[in-house]
Design a protein around this ligand. Structure first.
Ligand code: NAP
Ligand code: MG
Length: 491
């Protein structure tokens, strides 16, 4: 536990690296351009960050491919990649406070969460895939007496990871850890809103022994992502971000080399409170499920379905629980809600709140926090019918929409009536109800009497429907970055 003054002193003495990492070196862009990165809690400029362009992308892809073909990483025995990745995880652990501070300064998220969630899970993720990779092997199926078959897995080649700003390093690690463990060359494109931790860990990767060109970081705007998605020598794009950009990546793949694409996209997840739930626990879980990380969460339980029999009692409990989530200074160790990532996201969220005031009933919140230079919004709750804009569209801010239902069938119908299918929650004390409903929910994760309890690397994470395809975390994630080869020998 550190005081705000200690974090501020650390921040003042931070030397922020803001260049791209290509071919094992920190470099400026070939056309010398930069962009401004701000701290959304204060409005202060953190760094002028290198903006990569076409020539930088071309260079990085060429080096990544060359290194892949040379086998300096891809052909290492798995236990050797494991050793190096574990060394990297140890360095990340050593620099955990610095990385957490960078993440908080860059995104406005609370420092306590940056430490406990973002950086802790990043280290754990790198460690987990390092430890997994030398336990994976192929198959020798029993087919015919005169044939011998070997089914083996091989790395794909150049994997581009394009990631968002809400959990900048942790989301990136969910991609780069399995992709590197599997033997690929990885090019990471962080969001221009939060590039700093990605840039920092690249130097640590080199220090740990990851060969030059095997892990590269290309800061820049969406055009860098678009160039990677279109590139003929990129073999796979693994993406987390909006459904709209996910669609563009699918189109880029289709119009280039049919590179493999893995998409973790948006959501509008339903968190269902049955009348027989432990309402106090449900209220706390529902509040955390939508206000954690300022609501900037793909899996936010932003549609809260409440059985009419416990309304308005549940709303009172929820309003009380939401009080803990008032925005405060992200550098205070016990802050639960920090700043919204930037002006444009702030405007988007406030725009949805304005729409909500027209089409639904505002119960609490709804205001920006005045008297600060940063972008802060109160936890906000509406009660709405299921067909409003705020009940259907992803807001990606601390805005919760309550929808009332009468029975289980109606709850399921409303929950599944969405283009998304990332997560869902059920609060009930009846195990039969919980199980029956969980089977009918069209979502990649179903949480019963909890929400977003998914820190463990053993648990796959990803969506149904337009929330994407493929799964991050768990051994399923390794499969995304390996081709399967069948080798047949006639005896
Ligand atoms: P975004 O606008 O889709 O951006 C995601 C990444 O794609 C960023 O690095 C962005 O770069 C880049 N990008 C932008 N345009 C591109 C293009 N045409 N081609 C290739 N890459 C491009 O999403 P965001 O606003 O950062 O993040 C919020 C969204 O992510 C939400 O919809 C949320 O639900 C989703 N999300 C999903 C998950 C999940 O696991 N399913 C997790 C977290 C977030 P710039 O930022 O530099 O423009
Ligand atoms: Mg920033």
């Amino acid at each position: 536990m550190r005081t705000k003054a200690e974090w501020q002193a650390m921040a003042a003495s931070l030397v922020i690296e803001s260049r791209a990492f290509i071919a094992g070196e920190y470099v400026t862009s070939q056309n010398s351009q930069t962009f401004t990165d701000i701290n959304p809690a204060t409005g202060e400029v953190l760094a002028q960050v290198v903006a990569c362009h076409e020539a930088d992308v071309a260079h990085a892809v060429q080096v990544a491919k060359q290194q892949f073909e040379a086998g300096c990483w891809s052909a290492l025995p798995a236990r050797e990649r494991k050793r190096i990745l574990l060394a990297w995880a140890a360095l990340l652990r050593e620099h955990a406070e610095e990385l957490a501070l960078l993440e908080t300064l860059d995104t406005g998220k609370p420092i306590g969460h940056a430490q406990a969630i973002d950086i802790n899970n990043t280290v754990y993720c790198v460690q987990w895939f390092a430890e997994a990779i030398d336990k994976i092997s192929g198959d020798v199926p029993d087919i015919a007496a005169n044939l011998h078959a070997v089914i083996s897995r091989e790395p794909m080649g150049v994997v581009a990871a394009i990631v968002p700003w809400n959990f900048p390093l942790m989301m990136a690690s969910w991609k780069f850890a399995p992709a590197l463990a599997a033997g690929n060359s990885v090019i990471l494109k962080p969001s221009e809103k939060s590039p700093l931790t990605a840039i920092r860990v690249a130097g640590l990767a080199k220090q740990a022994g990851i060969p030059d060109g095997v892990f590269q970081v290309l800061p820049g705007d969406g055009s860098v992502g678009a160039m990677l998605a279109q590139h003929m020598d990129v073999d796979c794009v693994t993406f987390t971000g909006s459904t709209a950009v996910g669609r563009k990546i699918a189109q880029a793949s289709a119009s280039s080399n049919l590179k493999r694409i893995w998409l973790e996209l948006g959501g509008k997840s339903a968190n269902i409170v049955m009348a027989d739930a432990d309402l106090q626990a449900a209220a706390e879980g529902v509040a955390a499920g939508v206000f954690f990380n300022q609501g900037e969460m793909c899996s936010a339980g932003s549609r809260v379905l409440v059985q009419r029999a416990v309304y308005p009692q549940f709303i009172d409990l929820l309003e009380h629980a939401a009080k803990a989530w008032q925005p405060a200074d992200p550098l205070e160790q016990n802050t639960l809600m920090g700043a919204i990532i930037d002006r444009s996201q702030f405007d988007k969220v406030m725009g949805y709140i304005a729409v909500g005031r027209e089409e639904a009933e505002l119960i609490f919140g709804g205001e920006a926090v005045s008297g600060t230079a940063g972008w802060f919004i109160q936890p906000t709750l509406f009660v709405s019918s299921p067909d409003t804009k705020i009940a259907r569209e992803e807001i990606f801010g601390p805005v919760c929409t309550v929808i009332l239902f009468d029975d289980e069938a109606q709850a399921l119908q409303i929950a599944n009536d969405s283009i998304y299918g990332l997560g869902a929650g059920i609060w009930t004390q009846n195990i039969g109800t919980a199980y029956r409903m969980s089977r009918k929910l069209r979502a990649g994760s179903v949480w019963i009497n909890c929400y977003e309890e998914s820190g463990d690397q053993n648990l796959p994470f990803g969506g149904y429907k337009q929330s994407g395809n493929g799964r991050d975390k768990s051994l399923h994630a390794l499969d995304k970055y390996m081709e399967i080869k069948t080798t047949l020998l006639k005896i």
